[in-house]
Design a protein around this ligand. Structure first.
Ligand code: PEP
Length: 251
């Protein structure tokens, strides 16, 4: 079946009020001038979710957080609950990004618990997974992403409340990307895992994004690969022209 592409920007820990709002306004203007060939999601830092959501309201641009806690409230200093993101106008949340897995010790079980909380709050989760360079070199890519897929998704996962982002850790922010054949192999394996774990009908509708050094010059090629249903974009999402060129490349 034809899955509508999703192009998602992960701003990471970048942006103060003025530049965050300006970037969000610029993306919203592009979408309004549309029609955009893809669904468009921007994920600012938690501090900007409120303002960015207000800025893009009514434009068709969706807003997401970059992480949430596994419980909805309580003694968790510095954390943000899924319901809080939802309350600010977010519809999505990125979970299990490799920077969280590496820098904050998040495991598949952590990601699964967070996804459960996000689903309960009514958020769509963008669950990131991908192999390290050492795992790829050891020939373990497929087994690693298959177990991340199986172990990171809670029961109740479906194609409406979940998006998968395959992000090879070694490709994030490095300018390096896997070959088209390597991307195709992983996406096909993830589609097969989805069919096994979630059933064929869900697998057929589930969006599986590619992320890792996607930019205007390689986006068209990456987005044309079978089973690639869009992109999760880091660095190139911080410049509206680059981000928009990637949205256009999904046409
Ligand atoms: C990311 O952090 O999700 C990402 C894909 O980053 P970049 O596009 O900068 O590689």
């Amino acid at each position: 079946m034809a899955r509508r592409p999703l192009i998602a920007g992960n701003w990471k820990m970048n942006g103060l009020k003025a530049d965050g709002v300006a970037l969000a306004e610029a993306v919203a203007r592009k979408v309004k001038a549309g029609p955009a060939p893809a669904d468009v999601l921007i994920c600012p830092p938690a501090t900007l979710v409120d303002r960015v959501a207000q800025t893009v309201a009514g434009s068709g641009v969706a807003v997401g957080g970059q992480d949430c806690h596994a419980v909805q409230s309580g003694a968790h200093t510095g954390d943000v609950a899924a319901a809080m993101l939802k309350d600010l106008g977010a519809s999505h949340v990125i979970l299990g990004h490799s920077e969280r897995r590496t820098n904050h010790g998040e495991t598949n079980a952590t990601v699964r618990a967070k996804a459960e909380a996000a689903h309960a709050a009514g958020l769509v989760v963008v669950v990131c997974l991908g192999e390290t360079e050492a795992e790829r070199d050891a020939g373990r890519t497929i087994s690693v992403v298959e177990s991340q897929f199986k172990e990171s998704l809670p029961s109740g996962t479906n194609a409406d409340n979940t998006v998968i982002a395959y992000e090879p850790v070694w490709a994030i922010g490095t300018g390096r990307t896997p070959t088209n054949a390597e991307v195709a192999e992983v996406h096909a394996a993830l589609r097969a895992s989805a069919a096994k774990v979630l059933g064929a009908a869900v697998a057929d509708r589930l969006r599986i994004l590619y992320g890792g050094s996607m930019k205007p010059s390689n986006a068209r090629e990456l987005l044309a690969i079978k089973d690639v249903d869009g992109g999760l974009i880091g660095g190139a999402s911080l410049k509206v022209d680059d981000f928009w060129a990637i949205v256009e490349a999904s046409r």
